[in-house]
Every structure is written in structure tokens, then in C-alpha cells.
Write a protein that binds this ligand. Structure first.
Ligand SMILES: [Zn+2]
Length: 500
């Protein structure tokens, strides 16, 4: 019987005709390899019809996080527009491009993915009354300050957080924004992300149960549930881009089981699934959280979210420090993700999330810096190191390896955000990557294993950060914002907020 299916090359060129000149310049073996990699990926159709080409060459190591977890010495990456076209050695990758960056003395990793943050909290770092309390005490000290936030503060705080994230290797971030006083809208965070050029998952958070109803937040900072749902629907309809390569997605994200009603949790899940967007909240963060859940709902947090249908590939929960065995099995079975936030868990004395057990159970685990009032930094590569160290404190020196910690922060993050177009450097993936220098004093003597050195040592700020094919950090300088101006504005706003 005759097979009418076009061969792989023809199929690829039908989808991406702009690749024809590139494929003809490659040696036969490289062409074959590239073709097999590209036709295996589902998202080749997102390759743009036009775009500048960028070649990163000669990197000491390229950590791909691809299916074989290749670490390529003297590695090259060829980018067209916003998509990675080829990854390999000099022989595998075209050596001419509109722009070429020589990365001798550098290491390249997939852009880090931050899956939990509250960026407005960069304005309330190290608040004296909140320096030493556990979660509920800490929140009670901060709520009255957050009541005074303004839209302009929100934008500057978001840019502050994103600047710090970009300099620490992060290319995609979520932001869980759940306070809306004084005319603040999620739109303000989104505007900041668009100006910064960061790939963004904007979580429309909310609080609806104030003190009057037995909740923790003051009544003045909660919203009514009809308003929350209507505004969430508005931002989904206005901004959510579900397509491959999306720079902006909306997430439905009531703050926590102790600050919204059961009904809002159910309505949020229904709304999210009508629109095909993800769900996010805080869960099982510390022992008080567990006690509240048992007392108020007569269920563990895992039983509560199961009952609410807050499980599945489209759901990820922050913290889960106290997730029990039942919860781990449930999350593994349903593909529910967890954002592990080691610094915040240590800062608030919440405990050690059982990440080793979660991974062994087959759960999706990503990394998050958490809000800057409980970290108090947005240093993603630093968070990778803390994840490694904290697991060892809890579960022994082989509890997590450097490469596993990096995987959590890249592929793990992508799974949390329900994406398959970021988290690895491979043909067809979005061009998001971070580049660190290897010739720093903090890495001197560690060049025999630069990948592990990135996690065990302190690599400092990136040399380059590329998001969606755009160089947003160049030679250590952020190109999309005037950093001294942001620092001045941020300090002025923080002073206003904290000093009253
Ligand atoms: Zn949080």
C-alpha cells in the first residue's frame, strides 16, 4: 500500500518554511539530528515566520534539561525569533547569525521558573514587627501596612521583584497578587511585566473572609466574592493567552483556605475550568494551617482540596510543608503541583517540606521564592541552593543533588505552570535562558563541575538573561528598566508605607 504521508523534512518545511535556507547550510548528520529533534516536538508550529537569528556559541557548558539531560561542552544554541532552533556543538548548529555572542567562560541553563511570589511585598521587606513571628503573627503585623498600597507602588514593587529575578536567572515568574486596596488592579502588575519583558503568570488572588467572619485578615482588606469572581473573569477575558509561547497567562488564585470561603474555592475552580486556566493557592504551610483546616472544615488540607476538586495538572499549591502521605499520593496520582519555597519556610519557621518524598512519590515539584516579606529576596539561583541544603537538613546528605535542584527550578516549574514550551533548551522550545560567568572568585576552584558549582557555590548575578529571544540582561545590566530609578522610587514608597 502506498504511503501518502510526506517525509519528515517536507512536514517540517510545510509548518516552518523559513527553515529551508537554514537546513540546506547544515552538514547531513546535523540536519538529520535536528530534524528528528524538531519533528518529535509538538510545538514546532510556534516558530515565527520571521525573526532575527541569534547564535550563542562556545559556552563551557550548556545544561539542556532535554530528555537525555544532556550537558554539552563547548555548546551552541541557535535561536530564531523567540524559539530555539538548534542546540549542540559547533558541528550541530549553524555558525552564522544576525547576532553572535561568544560565551567562552560561561555556563548556560534553561531560564529558571519561579512559581510562587507576592511581588508587592518587596515594599515590606524586614518590617521590624514582622521579623520574628510565625505565619499568622507575621501576617497580622503586615496586613495594616498592605492596606496602604497604591497602584503606583504596585507597579514599582513588581518591577523591583522582576529586576531581581532576572538578575538571578529567572525568565518566567508567577505572581500571586491578593490585595486590592486603593484602586489596585491586576492590570498594574501585568503592565509592569510587559514593560520588563518577563514571561508572566499573573495569579488573580483574593481574600473574602475577614475577622468578622472568623478569618485572619482585617475586614478592610477583603473583597466581596461577587466582585472577586467578576474581576477574575474580566482579567481572563482581557489578557489570558493560552497559545504555545504565551508571554502572559492568568491564574485563578484565592489566597488560602483561611482567607476565603469554601464557596469561593468551588466557584473559582468552576470558573478556571470553564476558561481552561490554572488554579493556585497556599496549602498546608505550617502546623497552625493544619489545625485551622481540621477545626474549620474537619478535614486535612489534602482532603479539603480533594473535596473541592482543587487537584489536577491545572493546579499547583504553594508550600505543602505539612502535606501528609495521603496528600502526596493524591497529588502524584492527579498531577497536582507544589511550589517549594525553602527560604520562606525557614524564615517563618514553618518546617521542611518533604520534597525528597514528594519526588519519590512521583509528584510535580517546582520552586518559588515566595513574597519578599518572608524571604526577603527574589534570588532564584540562591533559592535553588537553599532547596538543596534544606532537604539535606531534613533528610540526609543525599536527599537532593545539585542537578535535581536545578531540574526542580526548570522542568519542575514548567510542570507547575502546566507548560511544555519552557524549562528545557531544545529545538522548538521558547528561547528562555540564563547565562552565568564561570570566572568569578566565588566559583574559583570549582571548574571541574561547573553545573554543580552553580548550585553549591554562589554564582552571583547573571551575565545574560534571554527571555522569548530578547536579551533582557546584557553583560550583567538589565536592558528593560533603569535600575537606579527603580531603587530610588522603591525606597521612597517603602518609607511612606512603613513609616506611615
Ligand atoms: Zn506565599
Amino acid at each position: 500500500m502506498k504511503n501518502d504521508k510526506p517525509d519528515p523534512l517536507r512536514r517540517l518545511l510545510i509548518k516552518a518554511p523559513m527553515l529551508a535556507p537554514l537546513l540546506t547550510t547544515l552538514p547531513a548528520s546535523a540536519k538529520e539530528k535536528m530534524l528528528s529533534q524538531m519533528t518529535e516536538t509538538k510545538i514546532v508550529s510556534s516558530i515565527p515566520a520571521s525573526g532575527h537569528t541569534l547564535l550563542l556559541k562556545n559556552a563551557d557548558v550548556v545544561v539542556t534539561m532535554d530528555e537525555q539531560r544532556r550537558e554539552i561542552k563547548r555548546g551552541c544554541i541557535y535561536i530564531k525569533g523567540n524559539v530555539i532552533v538548534a542546540v549542540g556543538t559547533e558541528a550541530d548548529v549553524p555558525q552564522t547569525a544576525d547576532r553572535i555572542i561568544d560565551l567562552k567562560g560561561h555556563i548556560v541553563i534553561p531560564g529558571l521558573i519561579n512559581t510562587h511570589h507576592h511581588m508587592y511585598q518587596t515594599l515590606t521587606r524586614v518590617v521590624p514587627d514582622a521579623q520574628n513571628g510565625e505565619l499568622f503573627k507575621w501576617l497580622s503585623a503586615l496586613y495594616p501596612i498592605w492596606e496602604r498600597l497604591t497602584p503606583e507602588m504596585m507597579k514599582v514593587a513588581t518591577k523591583t521583584a522582576m529586576t531581581e529575578l532576572m538578575l538571578s536567572g529567572c525568565t518566567t515568574s508567577s505572581d500571586h497578587q491578593y490585595v486590592y486596596p486603593n484602586g489596585i488592579k491586576l492590570d498594574h502588575s501585568i503592565e509592569a511585566a510587559q514593560e520588563m519583558g518577563m514571561r508572566f503568570h499573573a495569579c488573580r488572588g483574593s481574600m473574602s473572609v475577614g475577622r468578622k467572619q472568623g478569618g485572619l485578615p482585617p475586614d478592610s482588606i477583603v473583597e466581596d466574592e461577587k466582585t472577586i469572581l467578576a474581576d477574575t473573569q474580566r482579567v481572563i477575558e482581557t489578557y489570558h493567552d493560552a497559545s504555545d509561547g504565551s508571554m502572559l497567562r492568568i491564574v485563578v488564585a484565592p489566597c488560602s483556605p483561611f482567607s476565603v470561603s469554601e464557596q469561593l474555592m468551588r466557584d473559582s475552580a468552576k470558573l478556571a475550568r470553564e476558561y481552561g486556566v490554572s488554579l493556585h493557592t497556599h496549602l498546608a504551610e505550617n502546623i497552625s494551617d493544619i489545625e485551622y483546616s481540621k477545626k474549620k472544615f474537619n478535614k486535612t488540607p489534602a482532603q479539603y482540596v480533594e473535596d473541592l476538586e482543587w487537584v489536577g495538572h491545572d493546579v499547583w499549591h504553594a508550600h505543602c510543608v505539612k502535606l501528609d502521605d495521603y496528600g502526596m499520593k493524591l497529588f502524584a496520582r492527579t498531577g497536582t503541583g507544589v511550589a517549594h519555597c525553602p527560604c520562606s519556610n525557614m524564615r517563618l519557621g514553618s518546617g521542611i517540606a518533604p520534597v525528597r518524598h514528594m519526588l519519590d512519590a512521583g509528584m510535580h515539584v517546582g520552586l518559588g521564592v515566595d513574597g519578599s516579606a518572608s524571604n526577603d529576596s527574589s534570588d532564584m539561583i540562591g533559592e535553588v541552593r537553599q532547596a538543596l541544603l534544606l532537604q539535606r537538613v531534613g533528610f540526609g546528605p543525599d536527599a537532593l543533588t545539585a542537578r535535581e535542584a536545578l531540574e526542580i527550578a526548570t522542568l519542575g516549574g514548567a510542570k507547575n505552570l502546566n507548560r511544555n514550551d519552557i524549562g528545557a533548551l531544545a529545538p522548538g522550545m521558547m528561547a528562555d535562558l540564563a547565562v552565568f560567568r564561570l570566572d568569578k572568585i566565588s566559583l574559583a576552584g570549582a571548574n571541574h563541575d561547573p553545573v554543580a558549582a552553580l548550585v553549591f557555590c554562589n554564582p552571583g548575578e547573571v551575565a545574560y538573561n534571554i527571555i522569548n529571544g530578547r536579551v533582557v540582561v546584557e553583560n550583567g545590566k538589565v536592558t528593560t528598566v533603569d535600575v537606579p530609578v527603580i531603587i530610588e522610587q522603591q525606597n521612597r514608597f517603602a518609607h511612606q508605607l512603613i513609616m506611615g
